[in-house]
Design a protein around this ligand. Structure first.
Ligand code: ZN
Length: 280
């Protein structure tokens, strides 16, 4: 079975949010609630506050790229080239991130902000194409936002794939014109987010159950999302879940593929024809 790991990039620094949105304020409130509910210790809470003042907090991109590379996790990263809904990094920051991801030779696509205006959606596609120098790439919408026309419009614009649909039911890929819709199945925040009450062990259990079900039902793939922001000491549960997950997939001998490779493999399975050995 194939495992598609992806990382949405919602934040690249703390600073980008100052006077632009309410992300820092919300983060403080949620962290305080987690402390009160005893979901995090005072030590972790203090770490979260202290790290708000560190220059490289909320980035973790370099660390995650290294980790994935060392562990053979061929992942896909989604970077936004527009602002909205708490996503506030600049185009320059996006460009630096895209270049770094390309340097590591990982797949990179668009983290879409606009989902309900064709022209604006097209603009995001063109901007990404220009700053990434790529012709073929996919997309996942920020906050998984979609309306009736979004997928058709993404197909019309020329995206290779979309992976915005979160399916608990292990739904597999399908085509919408030239676009391949690749539903994904596990999202970090749905297991360990502040609205959930799962412990790390429960999150692992839920992940294992889903992968066992996928195996039993002979599914081609399971796709999952781990936000790069959580690859940090401030989010020990998320980070430990990701470490565990990669180990688990390796133990089960699953094959890590990125979205682009998944499509290539699915579309044209490589057939190797061996010439018969000549006997003289
Ligand atoms: Zn997002």
């Amino acid at each position: 079975m194939k495992i598609i790991v992806s990382h949405d990039i919602d934040h690249l620094s703390v600073r980008e949010h100052i006077f632009k949105d309410l992300i820092i304020q919300k983060y403080l409130v949620w962290s305080l609630l987690e402390l009160i509910k005893k979901k995090i210790s005072l030590k972790i809470f203090s770490r979260k506050i202290i790290r708000l003042f560190k220059k490289d907090s909320w980035n973790n991109l370099g660390k995650l790229l290294k980790f994935d590379q060392v562990n053979g996790v061929d992942s896909t990263f989604f970077v936004a080239v527009n602002n909205g809904k708490g996503l506030s990094y600049s185009l320059n920051q996006a460009k630096t991130a895209i270049n770094l991801i390309k340097k590591y030779d990982f797949d990179v696509g668009v983290h879409g902000i606009c989902f309900d205006n064709y022209e604006e959606m097209r603009r995001e596609y063109e901007v990404f194409k220009e700053i990434s120098n790529l012709n073929n790439f996919g997309i996942r919408m920020h906050y998984l936002r979609l309306n009736q026309e979004t997928l058709e419009n993404l197909a019309k614009i020329g995206y290779l794939f979309d992976t915005t649909i979160l399916s608990d039911n292990l739904e597999q890929e399908y085509k919408i014109d030239e676009l391949t819709e690749i539903p994904f199945h596990i999202m970090d925040g749905n297991l360990l987010g502040p609205r959930q009450n799962l412990t790390l062990e429960e999150a692992k259990e839920k992940t294992m159950k889903l992968s066992e079900r996928a195996e039993k039902e002979n599914k081609k793939y399971v796709a999952l999302l781990f936000h790069q922001r959580y690859f940090s000491e401030e989010f020990p549960q998320y980070k430990n879940w990701y470490f565990w997950l990669i180990d688990y997939c390796r133990e089960r001998k699953y094959e890590f593929v990125n979205y682009k490779k998944f499509i290539t493999d699915t579309r044209c399975p490589i057939t190797i024809t061996l010439k018969p050995t000549q006997v003289s």
